[in-house]
Design a protein around this ligand. Structure first.
Ligand SMILES: Cc1cc2nc3c(=O)[nH]c(=O)nc-3n(C[C@H](O)[C@H](O)[C@H](O)COP(=O)(O)OP(=O)(O)OC[C@H]3O[C@@H](n4cnc5c(N)ncnc54)[C@H](O)[C@@H]3O)c2cc1C
Length: 627
């Protein structure tokens, strides 16, 4: 008999999914070989971002990039070197070294009852090795990485567990609840909100539940265009497997090389192609989450139901605080036959925003459209590798065309990158319309190559922060969403605020830039990059956080949100209550108390941990004193 649930298998072995629809091709249920091995440090950098073999480095005063995974691999970057010199007065020090793995790790807190039952009653693999614990104690905030480099973490996980399926997660959650062990679900560890960082004040044993071994595609239904994956599947693995079937989910956050499906759901992630495919909340059909009081899931995979509050939305954005997401049913789409890049240049940011506004008003967004301000545009240009003589001449001619014939001032110029996807005719129609709207705002095409480069650089840019840190520069991004009528105002005010805070603190070499990365009917997502070179500042991260804190206050004052997609985590928990109101906060707390009565899950995310509140008050007084 066919059941309604399209039920997923929960056994470790590949068995036929029970109760699935007629169109299910059971042969497709399969393990996915991941680019990220169980010992993630074998492939991924333990002290920062990305692959071990890809990094920026200095050679004879020039910044270079190595590694064969990205088009910049093996390139010298003289223009980037010049950019860094002009921004930060940086003379690249090629002798600066990256940190060495520590020889000693914090002693684990042990809960004997939990460990005994873990070993005797389950088959779940686990480790208490120092390095396994260290590489899973953090995400990718500046604070995380700086703390790693300077060996500052007091608490790291006491044990790491690798369940292989839903049922093993149920066992683990029951054990942790029984023995009062704190549990932190860990996906790709790409969080930039402190959500996956171990709470430093926690007294109980901390168990990190690594989802990487739960990454099977459980079923694929071509008739319904739905697929069910286990939550630990990494973004690029998920897309690779689907592409082999001529399908795509189309969810591509900039971290999708390493972030996981469970992480996307837990943080309400947003992908760069959301205009065609939707954000994660639009893509999820059904989701299963194991909590200490039971498994929460919708009963069927119907496309929409009208049954009171949507419990998928309790799970989306819960940041590991309510339980472990184990399986997710997602929509899939056929791969688009045509994918084309484009780019536009505008005389200034304001004209670019007007263009973005009109595109959103007319709902004709291509798969992706991103607008960079002048500062980001110049940084992007500087990342082009060293050129041949002929290519440099051509560039000079193009530059002359832009400045002399188009009358554009290079110190105000800004650019948009475009990605079109769909049928040939549809893409042509979209391109024509987009270029027509751009011309109304004095924009003109700068070619597909620049557009493509812009998207590829997105992945490379993530590596800059580690190199910057080695050269004494601290940097990080932060983001928000804002109604259209406040978009330009917010960008201006936040930049001004950062500039004035830097002046007050005698920080002379810094960069602050903005881009509009997503557009909606009612507003846009704005993404800021901020970094400064610290000279004679003993606590650069604290200073950075103080400035970022005041930038966030400015964002909120200008009508921006606490976060568009990075989430709240620990670093924005200070503002959570205000942003959801007192009533909203107590509703969340009641749900938390019901699902997780002993407060074992992801303590300190969304709402500050109780013992952190006092510490927070002291910190906020210190921040005020500093500014
Ligand atoms: C360079 C870079 C670029 C980024 N670009 C984007 C972007 O374009 N769009 C975007 O939305 N975000 C972006 N992010 C932020 C980050 O990648 C997302 O928040 C992502 O969704 C986190 O996924 P993860 O698997 O790495 O989760 P983790 O970092 O491992 O965890 C994040 C949170 O989710 C919880 N969690 C993870 N898995 C589960 C699970 N199975 N069950 C319950 N809770 C779970 C964790 O406990 C934690 O609270 C970026 C980050 C970086 C460093």
């Amino acid at each position: 008999m066919l059941t309604k649930r399209n039920t997923v298998t929960t056994q470790v072995q590949d068995t036929s999914p029970e109760g699935t629809s007629v169109a299910l091709d059971t042969r497709l249920s399969r393990h996915v070989v991941s680019v990220v091995p169980k010992k993630r440090q074998e492939v991924l950098r333990w002290y920062g971002w990305g692959y071990n073999d890809s990094e920026f480095y200095g050679e004879q005063g020039t910044i270079c990039f190595k590694g064969d995974k990205y088009p910049l691999g093996g390139c010298e970057l003289p223009n980037f070197t010049k950019w860094a010199r002009s921004k930060f007065d940086l003379y690249v020090d090629s002798t600066k070294e990256y940190p060495q793995l520590p020889q000693k790790y914090p002693l684990p807190v042990e809960n004997a009852g939990f460990l005994n039952e873990l070993r005797s009653c389950t088959k779940v693999e686990h480790s208490q090795e120092g390095v396994d614990r260290l590489v899973r104690c953090h995400g990718q905030t500046l604070n995380d990485i700086y703390s790693l480099w300077h060996n500052k973490f007091r608490r790291i996980p006491d044990v790491v567990v690798w369940p292989r399926c839903h049922d093993e997660v149920v066992q683990l959650v029951n054990l942790a609840h029984k023995h009062n062990v704190m549990m932190l679900p860990y996906g790709g560890g790409t969080s930039v909100s402190g959500a996956v960082t171990c709470p430093q004040e926690e007294q109980r044993m901390i168990c990190v539940l690594d989802t990487s071994q739960m990454n099977r595609m459980l079923w694929l239904n071509r008739e319904n265009l739905t697929v069910c994956f286990e939550s630990g599947v990494v973004g690029q693995d998920l897309e690779r497997v689907l592409r082999e079937q001529n399908l795509t989910v189309g969810h591509e956050p900039d971290s999708y090389e390493f972030s996981t499906l469970g992480g996307w759901v837990a943080t309400r992630a947003s992908g760069m192609k959301k205009n065609v495919y939707g954000n994660i909340e639009d893509l999820v059909v059904r989701v299963r989450m194991v909590t200490p009081t039971g498994t929460l899931e919708r009963e069927c995979s119907a496309p929409r139901v009208s049954c009171g509050p949507d419990f998928n939305h309790i799970i989306l954005g819960s940041e590991g605080t309510l339980g472990v997401i184990t399986e997710v049913v997602l929509k899939v789409r056929p791969l688009p036959p045509v994918q084309r890049f484009g780019s536009l240049v505008f005389p200034d940011f304001e004209q670019g925003v007007l263009f973005m506004r009109e595109v959103a008003r007319r709902r004709c967004q291509p798969a992706s459209v991103r607008l960079m301000d002048n500062e980001q545009f110049l940084l992007g240009q500087s990342l082009k590798p060293a050129k041949s003589w002929l290519a440099s001449c051509l560039d000079a001619i193009k530059q002359r065309y832009v400045t002399a014939w188009k009358g554009i001032d290079l110190s105000h110029i800004c650019a948009a990158t475009l990605l079109f996807e769909g049928e040939q005719k549809e893409v042509q129609r979209q391109e024509a319309l987009i270029y027509e709207i751009a011309s109304k705002y004095k924009g003109f095409s700068a070619g597909g190559q620049n557009g493509e480069r812009g998207y590829v650089f997105t992945f490379v840019i993530a590596y800059i922060r580690d190199f910057a840190l080695s050269q004494g520069i601290v940097a990080e991004s932060f983001e928000t969403s804002v109604p259209w009528d406040r978009c330009c105002l917010l960008c201006r005010c936040v930049k001004q605020r950062v500039v004035s805070e830097c002046r007050k603190l005698n920080i002379t070499h810094y960069t602050i830039s903005a881009r509009v990365t997503q557009t909606y009917d009612a507003g846009a997502c704005i993404y800021f990059y901020f970094g400064f070179r610290y000279v004679n500042i003993p606590n650069p991260v604290e200073v950075f956080e103080a400035i970022e804190h005041s930038a966030r206050e400015e964002i909120l004052d200008c009508g921006g949100s606490l976060s568009h997609h990075h989430g709240v985590g620990k670093i924005r928990s200070h503002w959570y209550k205000n942003s959801v109101t007192e009533t909203g906060s107590s509703l969340y707390t009641a749900a938390k108390e019901h699902l997780d009565p002993r407060n074992i899950f992801a303590v300190g995310n969304l709402l500050p941990a109780p013992d952190k509140l006092q510490h927070e008050k002291e910190q906020s007084a210190a921040i005020k004193a500093k500014l």
